[in-house]
Ligand binder design. Structure first.
Ligand code: ADP
Length: 358
């Protein structure tokens, strides 16, 4: 509307200026040719002509202005209605999402800008829906995991009360085993929740990686020997200074080598290899164990994921260890990945941490 008003005003002023200054001169020159001997009639004719011309120009300008104003008014009304309708849809949908209807989506409008807003809104709604689904799945998983050891303890207690189980050391040892499993699970869940919420302390410092790796291997030696496994450590001749948290690095290695021990049958071999890889130090934990099927590899680091649920549960695994380890690796600026040639072919986990002086 402002553009129309400015346009019409400028047009009016210009027409007025032309009519007053240029046009009289031109008209008079032409009329002088027609009426060379009658100066009085010449002046009168010029005045009449000019008045008629001025009237015609003004009328057409007023008409054009009215038509443009009308067109402008109708266009802005149409556009405002369209924008308001889309905005009303967005408001209603956001209200429904706020009320917990995460499957709510808006229709994409024709206007480019609003289509972008609506597309982004739908994406946001989809992410919220996914988070909600994960939350529901998490509650389901946690209760399922807690139920297993609790059912075990309940069974033992009922057996003891009914006199089915003898009140001997073995029964109590098995009950203790279930309680320990429960405690470990709750501990893992606590660690996972604090890590995922970013509420954990990380003491990043410059340290030599080799002694940390050797310490973890020494700590796990009794379990390695008990399983009749061989462990080989391949380290460089020089020191490998990295910038990370030594305790968290050891925690990840404990998980990786612990898993390798768990999932490698007797007489197998575990190799821990340290290499420099551009700006990172890479620790590979390779085993000759049961391996991992290709379809399981993408999910291995997800919470509660276990390749063989029954087997892992019987051995006390909760499927949280690798999730925690990967989050820790990320927090230290590193990465945790896995490769395996398939079942029976062993697997290799790669942990990278930043070098102190790349
Ligand atoms: P868990 O406590 O069950 O071992 P993790 O998160 O550490 O939990 O491991 C998740 C799953 O990954 C395991 O249940 C197992 O199926 C698989 N896995 C981990 N490490 C290995 C390995 N070295 N060889 C074969 N499978 C493994």
């Amino acid at each position: 509307m402002i553009v129309v008003i400015i346009g019409v005003t400028v047009l009016l002023l210009t027409a007025q200026l032309l009519i007053e200054q240029t046009v009289p001169r031109e008209v008079q020159t032409h009329l002088a040719l027609l009426l060379p001997t009658q100066p009085t009639r010449l002046n009168q004719a010029t005045m009449d002509l000019l008045a008629t011309f001025q009237q015609a120009v003004l009328s057409s300008l007023v008409l054009a202005a009215l038509a443009s104003l009308m067109a402008g008014l109708l266009t802005s009304l149409f556009l405002t209605r369209q924008i308001l309708r889309s905005l009303r849809h967005l408001t209603q949908s956001s209200q429904r999402i706020a009320n917990g209807h995460y499957n709510e989506r808006v229709v994409i409008p024709d206007t480019d800008e609003l289509a972008l807003v609506a597309t982004n809104f739908n994406q946001m709604a989809a992410s919220l829906e996914q988070v909600e689904q994960q939350r529901v799945a998490l509650i389901g998983n946690v209760s399922h995991e807690l139920r297993t050891p609790l059912t075990g303890i309940e069974g033992y207690l009922e057996g003891l009360m009914d006199g089915l189980f003898p009140k001997d050391e073995e029964t109590f040892a098995q009950m203790y085993q279930e309680v320990r499993r429960l405690k470990r699970l709750v501990g893992d869940l606590q660690t996972l929740s604090s890590i995922e919420a970013g509420q954990f302390s990380l003491h990043t410092e410059r340290f030599d990686l080799l002694p940390v790796v050797r310490r973890v291997v020494t700590q796990l030696k009794p379990q390695i020997l008990a399983q009749c496994l061989e462990i080989v450590t391949e380290c460089p001749e020089f020191e490998v200074w990295v910038l990370a948290d030594p305790d968290r690095t050891a925690q990840i290695l404990m998980n990786l080598i612990g898993n390798a021990i768990h999932y490698t049958p007797e007489n197998g071999c575990i190799t821990v290899r340290i290499r420099l890889n551009w700006r990172m130090a890479e620790i590979a934990v390779q085993d000759t164990g049961i391996g991992i099927p290709a379809e399981a590899l993408p999910y291995l680091f997800e919470r509660f994921y276990r390749v063989d649920r029954s087997r892992a549960r019987s051995s006390g695994g909760s499927g949280i260890g690798l999730t925690i380890s990967r989050h820790l690796a990320w927090a230290m600026g590193g990465e945790l990945t896995v490769t395996s040639d398939g079942p029976g072919q062993g697997s290799t986990f790669f942990l990278t941490v930043p070098l102190a002086n790349p």
